[in-house]
Design a protein around this ligand. Structure first.
Ligand SMILES: NC(=O)c1ccc[n+]([C@@H]2O[C@H](COP(=O)([O-])OP(=O)(O)OC[C@H]3O[C@@H](n4cnc5c(N)ncnc54)[C@H](OP(=O)(O)O)[C@@H]3O)[C@@H](O)[C@H]2O)c1
Length: 219
């Protein structure tokens, strides 16, 4: 898949999805915002600009080559069930952090090991699951600032993972291969730590940065 691949952002009316969609559209990608309501999707797309379009989640998933899912953990199962008929053979990028309010500063992983593994189990093996964007604050991503944040990307298919690393780069972040899908648990869990740091140290959206010189792997 090349840079001409269409990106669908399911739940793209929300904080993280809208910010990712806007940055990718601004970078020249064709991006569709999905919502439970086609009307809300169209409205959000028009407000964000950069040629974004909006449609109902299922239609967006059908039209997308790469489908990014940005919904709360509590909505993950229902949302994946809605798009499942339309994502066979595609890359689905799950951004879900398994936060269970009210204790969002405490790591609470699902029985599957991570939200990403739960997504793979819900969608089945016919879908190439990749996860990422767990540790970037949406309100910072919604700006045009260089937020200097790394995005760890997980997935069992290295080539698919590489495409999502490239998407993170296009969004003005630094995408980094984080290894197997099971490793997603580390980044998902870290988000609760970052929320704790935001509160404890009064940080306006803590993120992560890997130290050392990184030499990108062969594609
Ligand atoms: N916010 C952040 O800074 C951040 C950072 C890293 C990772 N994440 C993760 O990214 C995901 C999205 O976070 P967010 O803050 O963007 O969420 P959000 O703004 O609260 O919600 C995103 C979208 O999900 C849809 N949605 C909400 N409740 C739903 C429900 N009960 N059933 C179905 N759809 C529902 C809504 O879209 P429609 O009403 O238009 O359908 C909403 O606009 C979460 O898993 C979060 O943990 C967030």
């Amino acid at each position: 898949m090349t840079d001409t691949a269409t990106i669908a952002v399911v739940g793209g009316t929300g904080k993280l999805g809208a910010a990712i969609a806007r940055r990718l559209a601004k970078a020249g990608r064709k991006v569709i915002i999905g919502s439970r309501s086609a009307e809300s999707a169209t409205k959000a797309a028009a407000e964000l600009g950069f040629g974004l379009t909006g449609m109902a989640n299922a239609d967006a998933a059908r039209a997308g080559d790469i489908v990014i899912v940005t919904v709360p953990f509590a909505a993950q199962e229902a949302t994946l069930a809605e798009i499942a008929p339309h994502v066979a053979g595609k890359i689905v990028v799950d951004t879900t952090v398994p936060l269970v309010p009210p204790k969002v500063m405490r790591v609470q992983m699902p029985a599957e090991g991570s939200a990403a593994q739960r997504a793979q189990a819900l969608l089945g093996e016919g879908v190439t699951l990749v996860s990422g964007f767990h540790n970037v604050a949406a309100h910072k991503l919604a700006t045009d600032e260089d937020i200097g944040c790394d995005v760890l990307v997980f997935g069992d298919d290295k080539a698919a993972r590489g495409k999502v690393v490239a998407l993170a780069d296009q969004a003005g972040l630094r995408g980094i291969h984080g290894g197997a899908l099971a490793n997603s648990a580390a980044a998902e869990a870290l988000t609760s730590v970052l929320i704790f740091l935001n509160k404890t140290y009064k940080v306006d959206g803590a993120g992560i940065r890997i130290t050392g010189e990184l030499i990108p792997p062969e594609a």
